[in-house]
Design a protein around this ligand. Structure first.
Ligand SMILES: [Zn+2]
Length: 381
């Protein structure tokens, strides 16, 4: 068990607000109320301590893919994102053959069982060919509840979310099935109208998969899915804040309209995150990454991001000028709550896992702790 520590002197972001010269007591793997005798004191003055990041939508990193590959490779990707502050990650699969997806889900379920990932997000194959993004069109299918059920079963209780185009035949029944099994239904890669999206939300959909991306834009006579998803209190909207997927004004619009409590920052990262430019595979499709922007070799569609959540955090505070508390909500507390894990993670409170990130005064990451152990040791004494 990790020795006890007192992280002292930092600006600590708590659910109740930011405390200057605050302290976080870590006892073993958890945050504690009071420091045991002989706890090591770590002086973090001049730094911020924020909750560890929770990524709902992530396809890989460090050269490794969550959408394929071996357990060893997937763990490498998990470790890469951990070093960038993501202490909890949902592994996202992409469109593939149903049998392949079921087999792959079985393997991801073992990693979830061990606590390496927190669950599985199926992005496809039940999405719209009109808004397929970087998914293989040949393999897209209508959302058949029996097939949805097959994937849920293959994940052995670790399916957390499924993105689907709810306007397709079988869409609403599939949403209801997901809800019945405790899996979050997410509206995305969709060509739905405003009215169809309202129906999906009423059927139980609760997340907008990367709002704005892979869905029709807002029109004044056709307000589309974006308007329906933003206006409904029941929906959490995912945003990819990498400066490429969204115009900064679109991000502001979502924050103003939904409010900070309904936004979740995600990476939608692919293998190149935390790795570098070059050629990669996203599922079965070839992707070229240049200057950190991932595009399909064929057609040039944006194909996931190379974002890590530490960069999304810094950008949100320094470029978008969002209050630090709102950014913490969007990057930790809200996704933790959505996953039903807010009794364990998502905020710095006694009894919860000691998952936290240390940032310097320029909001660059200098330390990451997961379950009481440093993943990145800030070495500040
Ligand atoms: Zn994705």
């Amino acid at each position: 068990m990790a020795p006890s520590k007192v992280l002292a002197g930092a600006r600590v972001v708590l659910p109740t607000g930011t405390v200057d010269d605050g302290r976080v007591v870590v006892d073993g793997t958890r945050i504690a109320d009071t420091a045991p005798p002989q706890a090591e004191v770590v002086d973090l003055s001049g730094h911020w301590v924020v909750p560890g990041f929770v990524d709902l939508h992530n396809h890989g990193g460090g050269g490794a893919s969550f959408a394929g590959g071996t357990a060893e490779e997937i763990l490498k990707g998990v470790e890469t994102h951990r070093r960038h502050g993501t202490t909890t990650v949902v592994a996202s699969a992409v469109t593939g053959e149903l049998d392949f997806l079921a087999r792959h889900a079985g393997m991801l379920a073992e990693l979830a069982q061990q606590g390496d990932i927190v669950g599985i997000h199926f992005e496809g194959p039940f999405i719209s060919p009109c808004r397929k993004g970087a998914h293989d069109e040949q393999l897209l299918r209508h959302p058949d509840p029996a097939e949805v059920r097959k994937l849920i079963d293959a994940a052995h209780g670790h399916a957390k979310m499924m993105t689907l185009a709810t306007e397709l035949p079988g869409g609403l029944d599939s949403v209801r099935l997901l809800v019945e099994h405790g899996v979050i239904a997410a509206v995305g890669h969709t060509d739905a109208t405003y009215e169809q999206t309202v129906q999906a939300i009423d059927a139980g959909a609760r997340v907008a998969t990367h709002l704005f991306n892979a869905m029709p834009p807002v029109g004044h006579r056709a307000p589309g899915p974006i308007t329906a998803l933003l206006e409904d209190e029941r929906i959490t909207v995912e945003l990819i804040n990498d400066g490429t997927h969204l115009h900064p004004a679109a991000l502001q619009l979502a924050f103003h309209h939904a409010g900070a409590a309904r936004v979740a920052f995600i990476t939608d990262a692919m293998d190149a995150a935390g790795f570098g430019d070059g050629r990669y595979l996203l599922g079965p499709l070839e992707v070229e990454v240049a200057d950190g922007v991932a595009r399909l070799v064929e057609g040039g569609s944006i194909a996931g991001s190379t974002l890590t959540l530490d960069r999304a955090f810094k950008r949100a505070v320094t470029v978008d000028r969002l209050p630090v508390g709102d950014v913490v909500a969007a990057i930790s507390a809200n996704p933790a709550r959505l996953l039903g894990l807010d009794d364990r993670i998502g905020s710095l409170e006694p009894g919860k896992d000691a998952d936290l990130v240390v940032l310097d005064d320029a909001f660059d990451l200098v330390g990451v702790m997961r379950q009481g152990s440093w993943v990145v040791d800030p070495h500040l004494g």
